[in-house]
Design a protein around this ligand. Structure first.
Ligand code: PAZ
Length: 386
């Protein structure tokens, strides 16, 4: 553990390396069971020749007490992760969905929001019967059916493994465990790190055992920096994996410099930048230019508009029409959705005018191209070595 002086304050605080963190913080009790489940899941899909992506999703908490009454949290609902997981599944990937407990989940996310409550889909059959029968409102089946089919398909193929975390400590232990379980996948494994992970935590030695009592004036909390685990992940836990991290900022000017800095520091393949208020309709892919001509063009944007010799940047943006449709759906809920149009589209079961266009569809499509290239690059290395 090293001791550093924070630039912004005169107080001295500790900063944990990843090794110190894992050696000193308590591992979650369910870690062994989750690790075993992940290993079995990976072994099955390696055997079936299927690629596997780890999707992390939702925010992490920082408990203020061990018997936790109060905790710090963040805004993330898990929309990015849950939505992307569905598109990865539709593209034939198996998905380890490592999510904040009770955040949005693939498939059920369509009905867990208050603007589209699940109970509004259902009706009791007017004919008396015992037991009473419940059915789905006719005009709602259009929407439900593709979701239900995709959900059943993932269940019957066993392509979705859902594992929950709550605290930032649980998240970090689980991330390491998942990466180690995914090692046998080599380049067939992808890491899609969309969770909003706290940058600060309170080490267990300084966390109050019981509820912090009031009545002693203001509460001062000193938090330590969470170790940057992308480096050991890229270097040791998943050296062959295709690693995509996300960078959220509220000042859009910082997005690209911060993303470049992350690529330089951690040496992974791709950072997807997003600004808080625009994250549902625009993101920027920032990548190192190992071979610019290999990178697939990104749709709907002034691609590579601020690229340098070392990095490329490419924006994905939803069209104005798609944005408008999403807004009307968000504001009016299910009532305004056009009920007459349903166009199954290729392997993507709910792409069509009936559903709003989701930016995750384009993100996943772009990543598939890059993952293909990453796998092909590995094959080329192997044949050069022979
Ligand atoms: O979960 P959500 O859809 O509300 O938000 C997604 C997001 C903004 C958390 C994600 O896209 C992201 O940027 N995650 C990384 C955040 C960060 O550590 O900078």
């Amino acid at each position: 553990m090293s001791t550093t002086n924070a630039e912004s304050s005169s107080s001295t605080h500790t900063s944990f390396s990843a090794e110190d963190f894992f050696a000193t913080q308590p591992a979650p009790p369910q870690l062994g069971e989750f690790g075993r489940k992940a290993q079995e899941f990976v072994a099955k899909h390696v055997q079936d020749g299927r690629r596997v992506v780890l999707v992390t999703s939702g925010g992490t908490t920082v408990p203020l007490e061990k018997n936790v009454v109060r905790f710090l949290d963040n805004f993330s609902a898990g929309t990015r992760g849950a939505t992307s997981a569905e598109y990865f599944l539709a593209q034939g990937y198996a998905v380890i969905f490592m999510h904040r407990q009770h955040s949005l989940q693939p498939y059920t996310r369509h009905y867990s929001h208050t603007t589209n409550p699940f109970l509004d889909l259902l009706q009791e059959d007017p004919q008396p019967s015992s037991p009473a029968r419940i059915s789905v409102e006719e005009d709602q089946s259009f929407h439900l059916l593709p979701v239900l089919r995709a959900y059943h398909s993932a269940r019957s193929k066993g392509t979705l493994l859902q594992l929950p975390f709550t605290t930032v400590t649980e998240y970090l232990f689980m991330l390491r465990e998942m990466a180690i379980a995914m090692k046998p996948l080599g380049r067939q494994g992808m890491y899609y790190l969309a969770a909003a992970v706290s940058d600060f935590f309170i080490p267990s030695t300084r966390t109050s055992e019981h509820k912090i009592q009031s009545g002693k004036g203001s509460l001062l909390i000193e938090m330590d920096q969470v170790p940057k685990v992308l480096k050991p992940m890229v270097e040791r836990w998943a050296p062959e994996g295709f690693v995509v991290s996300f960078k959220l900022e509220t000042d859009e000017k910082l997005l690209i410099p911060k993303a470049r800095q992350a690529l330089q520091r951690y040496g992974h393949q791709c950072v997807i930048g997003n600004e808080l208020n625009h994250r549902k309709f625009e993101v920027v892919f920032v990548e190192r230019k190992f071979s610019k001509s290999d990178l697939a063009p990104v749709p709907n944007g002034p691609a590579n508009d601020s690229s340098t010799d070392e990095f490329t940047e490419a924006w994905i943006r939803l069209s104005e029409e798609d944005k408008k449709m999403n807004k009307s759906r968000t504001l009016a809920g299910s009532a305004r959705r056009p009920s007459h149009v349903f166009e199954p589209h290729g392997s993507r079961p709910w792409r069509g005018k009936f559903f709003e266009k989701e930016i995750e569809e384009d993100i996943v499509e772009q990543l598939l191209k890059r993952h293909d290239q990453w796998i092909a690059g590995g094959e080329a290395h192997k044949s050069n070595d022979r």
